[in-house]
Write a protein of this length. Structure first.
Length: 379
């Protein structure tokens, strides 16, 4: 849908009526603000959906995804601030409160993602042993080196087991990014919402279930809700969808406790930003269906490269007979070189990614805290 079309009409859900923002919104500045927000969401996620196959779901791409989210939530925070007097009026109060409920679930997913990043870091030690044992500085490849590498590969295999098979050890190590704000919430909680305000996710916590709870009842606003809120129901829904979708993609890429992609949600077609989200959804699901990715720890490109290299080196080690031929030595060195490259990418990229996830946590928390203050002051 062209951006100009958004100014003229938004299709109403259920009756396919065309809703005009211009008729019901006297403030040109507010209308422009809302349109710009929709346009920004489209632009940022269109760029992500157009990524090449080499870049898609890489560490670099995930960082761009989080950059897009941080940009959107900051614009959304400004919209709330500029319209704080309207937040306590129905039906906007309910819509905003629902967004804040989803934000709580998002915070736990951020914590679980940090643990996934830590899990990848733990792979580094056995990987470094493999690289050093067969590195370019080694003139001789003897049986002792192969025994050392075989042990490291076994240690790595244990670390890379799915968390549900290893007692979810990371759930016990989880360190929250810091929920230090203990201010009272100024709105009434809706019954039936699953909440977790703990400092860490519990052993029974499930990323898949948390995402499904975020997706439940996430439906576009009706025409009467858009009219009653002077169009503000649209950015609230948009940000709720962006929040859910970005975390769904993050959980797909990074090792996470009870991660799963089969979350039931629909991408609304009546918004200008629907196409890039549809393309991203299809591309991520297509990656997950590839045979070599089905049992992976995550869809992150670097995880796939590590797993592929480790399988190859393991096969070479298991098949080794001494003395090695020159061809066997060269094959081992080539496999280790490929592993060394991806290890360096992870080593350089995981720290910036973790800082970004921390920033996402802080922005979500800050937006929620500020919004609750607006609701409280209005009441």
């Amino acid at each position: 849908m062209p951006f100009a079309t958004f100014r003229r009409s938004i299709l109403g859900i259920g009756n396919d009526q065309v809703y005009s923002m211009e008729v019901h919104n006297d403030s040109n500045s507010q209308e422009s603000e809302l349109e710009l927000f929709q346009k920004q969401v489209f632009n940022r996620f269109h760029e992500l959906s157009a990524a090449t196959a080499d870049e898609f779901l890489s560490l670099r791409w995930i960082r761009k995804l989080l950059d897009a989210f941080l940009s959107c939530i900051e614009e959304f925070r400004v919209i709330l601030c500029n319209n704080k007097a309207q937040l306590s009026k129905p039906p906007l109060e309910r819509l905003v409160s629902d967004f804040f409920e989803r934000s709580i679930k998002a915070l736990d997913i951020c914590n679980a993602t940090r643990d996934g990043i830590e899990k990848i870091r733990l792979w580094q030690k056995p990987l470094e042993i493999v690289v050093c044992a067969f590195g370019s500085q080694q003139r001789v490849m003897g049986e002792g080196q192969f025994r050392r590498v075989r042990k490291s590969l076994m240690d790595l295999a244990l670390l890379m087991l799915d968390e549900k098979e290893t007692g979810s050890v990371f759930s016990h190590r989880n360190r929250s990014f810091g929920r230090q704000n203990k201010s009272k919430e100024h709105h009434q909680h809706h019954p039936g919402h699953s909440r977790s305000l703990s400092w860490s996710v519990s052993q029974s916590w499930s990323a898949a279930k948390q995402l499904q709870l975020m997706a439940n009842n996430l439906v576009p606003p009706r025409a009467n809700e858009i009219a009653a809120t002077n169009g503000l129901a649209i950015p609230v829904f948009t940000m709720s969808f962006v929040l859910m979708f970005v975390l769904w993609a993050l959980v797909a890429a990074i090792p996470c406790q009870d991660r799963g992609l089969q979350i039931h949600f629909s991408i609304p077609r009546q918004f200008s930003w629907c196409t890039p989200f549809y393309l991203l959804h299809v591309r991520i699901l297509d990656e997950s269906k590839k045979r070599e990715r089905r049992n992976s720890n995550g869809l992150l490109k670097e995880i796939y490269q590590i797993e592929k290299s480790v399988r190859h080196i393991t096969d070479l080690v298991d098949a080794a007979h001494f003395p090695l031929t020159e061809e066997q030595k060269e094959e081992v060195k080539q496999g280790v070189q490929e592993l060394s490259v991806v290890c360096e990418v992870c080593k350089d990229g995981l720290d910036p990614l973790e800082r970004q996830v921390r920033e996402v946590f802080r922005k979500i928390m800050g937006c929620r805290t500020e919004g609750l203050e607006f609701l409280g002051s209005a009441n």
